[in-house]
Design a protein around this ligand. Structure first.
Ligand code: TYD
Ligand code: MG
Length: 474
């Protein structure tokens, strides 16, 4: 922390220097090139003007002298200041493993309109019961936020609002109010006065985040940064920000669908497996208490191409429907493959395995697949369900309605063991399914459900009555 602070932009002051920065990886380049030398992305370098002497130096605005303390034996480190502060928003606390940790920095990313401001205002309402909470609304007016807080039941005397975009003013507010928690909504609208580049640029976002991290650590305040994601799903300056913060949460779902999913991509204080499920209602976000019922509510079991799979995220098993629609390709050289809420590359692998190991050929067909409910599926245990949904649509025959399936599919067509098989079977039984197709080595099922063990995809297709060597009904 030795570099001098910028002395303004007078002729005698430091001259701005132009450099270029990649919006994908945050890597720098002294000259503009079409392809980022760091990550290989095309057309991602943007101009950035940096004041000489401002980069790499002290990121805190005020030089607050901190007395250096001696190193302490590890067992004597005090954990009392490390206790998470519960937000009272059940699903947020679940994902965080209890709440926001003092002195930590959490980045909440999501598309505009998904409900980030709503989530955090609700959380601040809960936190302000026990301590002072500061909400820096750099996007909405104070009146708008108050109106929203009214509806969310978050009007608390210790919830303080300010609408600032200058980082210096924000830090001054933090100093004046000494809150336990501060939310910056959003990091893309805040600007560091020492930098010439526009708010939202990679340089601004990175420097502002770094300055706020320094404030969080120095003052023990829990800082939450809201970050809008770009249309292709990346946070502005993603890698840079993910490195400087302690926790990265993503908040997603389909804007026109009520279900919202909160996940931890990175979390220094607990695991990242826990999933938060909420519904956007007129009175804000409410937890989804029975996700399986919600996801299966609109299901029509008699339609070909629909398969139910028990998935596990964190501590919870959830039944989800996977759908496929297979239609003739009408002579296109490369028939379309689409996967909504599923990995399209994984779909390509499964189609190849279906063709080579199960006699189910979709090479002349368009294949559309979808995870119903607006929730993205990452569990490899969904492989078998996706493969069976494709086969079912191809032969235009529905699976038996009392059946769910789970298993990972290998390149040799084998059905592989999945984690937490008992929990998955128990959830299927709870939801009234009487049969489950599982990998060979699965444990015994709980009462009320019968397990059908399969070693490979072909056996699964026969068992589910969708096996066929013919290319389909067309
Ligand atoms: P918002 O939190 O503003 O999203 P973001 O901060 O991610 O851009 O909320 C987005 C939408 O949520 C908005 O279109 C209105 C809707 N909404 C509700 O349906 N109910 C509510 O109680 C609130 C506060 C918002
Ligand atoms: Mg917002």
């Amino acid at each position: 922390m030795t570099a001098p602070r910028s002395a303004g932009r007078s002729p005698g002051g430091p001259r701005p220097r132009t450099s270029y920065r990649c919006t994908e990886c945050g890597g720098g380049s002294p000259a503009w090139v079409g392809r980022c030398p760091g990550c290989g992305s095309w057309n991602t370098l943007v101009e950035e003007r940096v004041e000489q002497g401002s980069s790499g130096g002290s990121r805190r605005l005020r030089a607050v002298p901190t007395p250096s303390s001696p190193a302490v034996p590890i067992a004597e480190v005090d954990l009392t200041t490390f206790q998470p502060l519960p937000t009272g928003v059940q699903e947020l606390d679940r994902v965080l493993g209890g709440g926001l940790v003092p002195g930590s920095v959490t980045l909440v990313g999501g598309e505009p309109g998904i409900g980030k401001s709503t989530l955090l205002l609700q959380a601040l309402g809960g936190l302000a019961v026990r301590g002072t909470a500061l909400y820096v609304t750099a996007e909405e007016s104070l009146q708008q936020v108050r109106q929203r807080a009214d509806r969310l039941g978050a009007l608390r005397p210790r919830l303080l609002l300010t609408s600032e975009t200058d980082l210096g003013a924000i830090v001054a507010h933090i100093e004046a109010v000494a809150p336990a928690v501060v939310v910056i909504d959003s990091i893309q609208t805040v600007f560091h006065p020492d930098l010439a580049s526009a708010p939202g640029s990679v340089a601004q976002v990175r420097e502002c985040a770094a300055a706020l991290v320094a404030e969080a650590k120095a003052r023990g305040v829990a800082v939450v940064l809201v970050g809008h994601v770009t249309k292709d799903g990346a946070l502005a300056g993603p890698r840079v920000l993910e490195h400087v913060v302690d926790t990265v949460l993503t908040f997603d779902g389909e804007r026109h669908h009520a279900v919202r999913v909160l996940r931890a991509v990175k979390h220094r204080f607990a695991g990242t497996g826990e999933l938060g499920l909420m519904e956007m209602t007129g009175a804000g976000l409410v937890p989804v208490d029975d996700p399986s019922s919600l996801f299966l509510a609109d299901r029509r079991a008699e339609v070909a191409g629909s398969v139910v799979v028990p998935l596990v995220d964190g501590h919870r098993a959830v039944l989800q429907e996977v759908q496929a629609l297979v239609v003739p390709a009408r002579g296109q050289a490369y028939p379309r493959r689409a996967a909504e809420g599923l990995d399209v590359n994984r779909l390509a692998v499964l189609l190849a395995v279906l063709r080579n190991h199960a006699g189910c050929d979709t090479s002349l067909a368009e294949v559309y697949t979808s995870a119903v409910g607006g929730v993205e599926i990452r569990d490899p245990g969904a492989d078998l369900a996706v493969a069976l949904a494709v086969a079912s649509s191809l032969v235009d025959r529905a699976l038996p309605p009392d059946l769910v399936v789970v298993g990972e599919v290998g390149l040799g067509g084998e059905v592989r063991q999945v984690q937490h098989a008992e929990r998955r079977m128990a959830e299927a039984a709870r939801m009234g399914f009487s049969r489950i197709v599982v990998p060979l080595l699965s444990p015994e099922p709980p009462p009320g459900i019968t397990a059908h063990r399969v070693g490979n995809l072909r056996q699964a297709l026969v068992l589910c009555e969708v096996g066929s060597r013919s290319p389909g009904p067309w």
